[in-house]
Write a protein that binds this ligand. Structure first.
Ligand SMILES: Nc1ncnc2c1ncn2[C@@H]1O[C@H](COP(=O)(O)OP(=O)(O)OP(=O)(O)O)[C@@H](O)[C@H]1O
Ligand SMILES: [Mg+2]
Length: 351
């Protein structure tokens, strides 16, 4: 082993935002947007070859802006054969984003460091997709390990048994059953209708009832994040939306409710499958300990709604929200990274 200072990092590369937590104190996130100047004029305007996060969004008219992940995978990774060029492009986008996150932690250091990373991947990311993440990370960090995202969340919360984690992201909802050891494939389910799906339903419902309104997915996502709730007692949601160029107040309460509710039946069915296939003596303990994490867990009243559905389908359910839902995955990755024995990391090197 070299004598370089070792930095441990936990990383959650997300469809919507990418989060990093490091044991040198850095804990931050970057919306998962990467922008490249469109031509020499925009290059001059921006003054950089690549920009990230909100900077990329703000300057999007001068940039070619990309989101590297979709449904928990690097875009085009399941179409590598037919669209090799696009796949290579998105691989580079993911590489640039990860590199940027690592630069953020290295910026706090004066000398050279050795970086160990635990990278979160959707619960059931294919072996191929995990290999791809390792390949991308290899020339950015010194050691890398891929962990299932909801497992990282559970580990970070110190919840290792009799619990069910539901990580509600933009591209995927990842569920993982914790039973006192490292979860296997049977303990996990990944659903591909998550936050992005809510946005799509919300937009479809608005267009259905108000065809004259001009909106984009970005706009509905903003309205959702500022107002989301499943509670019947929620206040009316009135958004200013352009109609023929003029901002006009539109009541979107019903549309938002339908959109937020759209993920619940699938989530409860996945909870049911994971509970029903578990040791019957421990099933009731697990029903009592469903934990929501991820950006989507911030939908007001979601825990209650899932409890209601669990009550109907499983007889009982207790659902709580993780503290710091947005950092839970990266925090857990960092803890895993620190807890892995040195021999383990050395072993990885020799593989
Ligand atoms: N207050 C809110 N109400 C409802 N949804 C929200 C809220 N805040 C964020 N979200 C949604 O949460 C999702 C992002 O969550 P998160 O950051 O956990 O996802 P991610 O890790 O980037 O995605 P994935 O895990 O699928 O790759 C987005 O769909 C976003 O719109
Ligand atoms: Mg996530």
């Amino acid at each position: 082993m070299s004598n370089l200072k070792v930095l441990n990092v936990g990383i959650d590369l997300g469809t919507s935002r990418s989060v990093i937590a490091c044991d040198n104190g850095v804990r931050t996130f970057v919306p998962s947007y990467v922008g490249y100047p469109k031509d020499m004029v925009s290059r001059k305007l921006i003054g950089k070859d690549v920009v990230f996060g909100l900077d990329a969004l703000k300057n999007r008219l001068a940039l070619d802006v990309r989101r590297p992940f979709e449904k928990g995978m690097i875009k085009y990774s399941n179409m590598q054969d037919v669209n090799a060029a696009e796949f290579e492009t998105y691989k580079k986008v993911a590489h640039d984003l990860l590199s940027h996150l690592i630069d953020l932690v290295k910026a706090e250091e004066n000398g050279p460091v050795s970086v160990r990373a635990v990278l979160g991947a959707p619960a059931l990311a294919s072996t191929q997709n995990k290999k791809l993440l390792v390949e991308i990370a290899r020339d950015i960090v010194d050691d890398v390990l891929i962990a299932s995202e909801p497992f990282a969340v559970a580990y970070g919360l110190g919840i290792l048994s009799n619990a069910l984690i539901v990580d509600i992201g933009a591209g995927t909802i990842d569920l993982c059953r914790m039973q006192g050891s490292i979860p296997t494939e049977d303990d996990q389910i990944t659903l591909t209708r998550a936050g992005d799906h809510i946005d799509e339903v919300f937009m479809r419902e608005i267009k259905l009832r108000h065809p004259e309104v001009d909106i984009t997915l970005n706009m509905v996502k903003q309205i959702k994040e500022n107002n989301s709730t499943i509670s019947d007692k929620g206040e009316c949601v009135v958004a200013m939306l352009p109609i023929k160029g003029k901002p006009t107040p539109v009541d979107v309460t019903e549309e938002l409710l339908i959109a937020c509710r759209s993920i619940v039946p699938d989530v409860v069915e996945a909870i049911r499958v994971l509970i029903a296939s578990f040791d019957p003596e421990f099933q009731s303990l697990m029903k009592e300990n469903v934990i929501l994490a991820g950006g989507g867990s911030q939908i007001g009243g979601l825990a209650r709604e899932i409890e209601k559905f669990m009550q109907e389908n499983l007889g009982y359910g207790k659902v709580i929200k993780a503290e710091e839902p947005l950092f839970a995955g990266a925090n857990g990755g960092l803890m895993l990274c620190k807890d892995m024995p040195n021999e383990f990391w050395d072993e990885l090197k020799n593989k």
